[in-house]
Design a binder for this molecule. Structure first.
Ligand code: NDP
Length: 298
């Protein structure tokens, strides 16, 4: 038995960010314009703050201007919608991202629908979801896009491969299914009602896990040589590291899986860094589109 190849999302994300940074510099030099990204956050949820801070920091490293809005957890829906309207109308803003989850008193669907589809760098607007499914040009949700770029680099042509996606959320599972269908894979979307999930997973050449259950997918659920993309981010207790210590694990039992799979993403250091790099890529793309420039091949 051999160990699976490690798909190093951290290194690939750094490469992608460097290419985005070079393209941003080129845009500024040739056209005197810099892309702007507005990250909208309400409240001070610690996990959201960590994500927002790293998005803003990495955007700055790529030369992208951050024009965020940070409201209190009590901000009302009308006030938030007015802020989205303002950002939609601000010519310096190319991309708008609303950090989820939003407080319970706000209808997230209504807020996401208010974003101008051209500035929707998360690709969650119903217009963009429709374009993704029908094969049109639209921003692609960042996490599935990151998974796709890693798969393309690892496998090249995916035509005819059997892909199983475990999870059918709007932000990961469903767009991932649309993307892999576009790559000519034969796609199965599994979920909590799927019968005999281990057998379904075992049939996959490409297995994407987006469940949110620590290490649910065991080594013997994986077909020999399969390519495994682990989207899950789960924090579990790690008493071996000391009292009250925790660690991150994916949805796949990594140590078991890597003795069977052909290639696998680690957690952390896999899909997570690629997600942010794809957000910056999407911001550049939105800036090019809004200014009538062609998006460079990245
Ligand atoms: P959701 O909770 O929205 O969806 C989870 C999906 O998993 C649902 O479709 C659910 O099925 C399915 N599911 C739950 N339990 C089972 C089970 N026992 N067997 C089979 N399917 C099951 O999660 P998200 O898609 O938002 O996120 C999934 C994971 O990915 C999380 O760990 C999240 O933290 C992580 N994530 C990571 C990102 C990154 O950048 N790396 C970005 C986004 C998410 P059903 O529909 O039937 O309920």
């Amino acid at each position: 038995m051999t160990d699976a190849a490690l798909i190093d999302g951290k290194a690939r994300a750094a490469e992608l960010r460097a290419r985005v940074g070079a393209a941003v510099a080129d845009l500024e030099e040739r056209h005197g314009t810099v892309p702007g990204l507005a990250v909208v956050q309400l409240g001070d949820d610690p996990a959201s703050s960590v994500y927002v801070n790293s998005k803003n920091r990495l955007a700055a490293e790529c030369g992208i201007r951050s024009l965020g809005f940070h409201g209190s957890g009590d901000t009302g829906e009308a006030e938030l919608l007015a802020e989205i309207d303002r950002l939609n109308g601000d010519d310096d803003v190319d991309g708008i991202l609303v950090q989820l989850p939003l407080p319970d008193h706000i209808d997230a669907g209504r807020v996401l629908e208010r974003i101008d589809p051209v500035k929707d760098v998360d690709g969650f607007h119903p217009v963009n979801v429709g374009l993704l499914v029908t094969g049109g040009e639209a921003p692609v949700p960042c996490t599935p896009l990151g998974c796709l770029l890693m798969l393309r680099e690892q496998l090249g042509d995916m035509s005819g491969k059997t892909a199983v996606i475990v999870g059918r959320s709007n932000i990961v599972g469903k767009p991932m299914a649309a993307l892999l269908t576009r790559e000519h894979c034969t796609v199965t979307v599994a979920h909590s009602r799927t019968r005999d999930l281990p057998a379904v997973c075992r049939g996959a050449d490409i297995l994407v896990a987006a469940v949110g259950r620590p290490e649910m997918i065991r080594g013997d659920w994986i077909g020999p040589g399969a390519t495994v993309i682990d989207v899950g981010i789960n924090r579990i207790a790690a008493p071996e590291r000391g009292p009250d210590r925790t660690r991150l694990v994916g949805d796949v039992a990594f140590d078991e899986a890597r003795t069977v799979a052909g290639a696998i993403t680690p957690v952390p250091g896999g899909v997570g860094p690629m997600t942010i790099a794809c957000l910056l890529r999407n911001t550049l793309e939105a800036a090019c589109r809004r200014r009538g420039r062609s998006m460079p091949e990245l």
